[in-house]
Design a binder for this molecule. Sequence first.
Ligand code: 1GP
Length: 245
Amino acid sequence: MKNIYHQLLNAKNTGKKQFAVLIDPDKLKVSHIDQLIQLSMEGGVDYFLIGGSLIINNMLDDVLSKIRAGCDIPMVLFPGNSFQLSYKADAILFLSLISGRNPELLIGKHVVAAPFLKLSPLEIISCGYMLVDGGKMTTVQYMSNTTPMPRDKPDIAMSTALAGELLGLKLIYLDAGSGASLTVPDQMIEMVSNMIQIPLIVGGGISTPEEVAMKYKAGADLVVVGNAIEKDINMIKEMSLVSRI
Ligand code: 1GP
């Protein structure tokens, strides 16, 4: 069994930056999976995050099986809701939406899911998920019915992340939401990363290798990109190689 959290911690502690491709099983064309695997292996992608705020088709198991048949890059579920569960993945981010005040997404859904997760073979990684205003209404904002954190209030983000760490969460994920017009501000990333000891994930609206580099420089340990790769699959290699520099 892969110990994914150990890999994340180890990378953080040795200053190694990591890169993840977000795969929305609804949007990934099955005919593109081989190319996705090939480019990911060439670029040294560290993880696949699998999920979306709203999955309409029942492609999750199929996509996971096809990826696993082609490579052994760890597959981590990034679920938009409790239906997005599959034992074919390696791990699951057990997300608590700590930037919002929707009790169902802070603890309610978790109570329902916990007994199932306990029985599952998945590695369960608790994660404080923080939604940041990305300049437009994203699906996650609409579906979660929460207010994203203001872009010009890094102190709120810093205190929220610290509270998450002190509560025992193992990761913090700063997300502007998939397809955001604006990425998480660098100053916010910097302040959060200086405050916490646990690994920091950053994603949402990142569209160029230069932006990936800026997020690492600001303090992100793991950068996640989905949309830009859906638009141009060759971005996988260009972006992932930034983490090796
Ligand atoms: C969304 O952080 C991820 O939750 C990735 O966002 O699809 O905009 O890259 P993008």
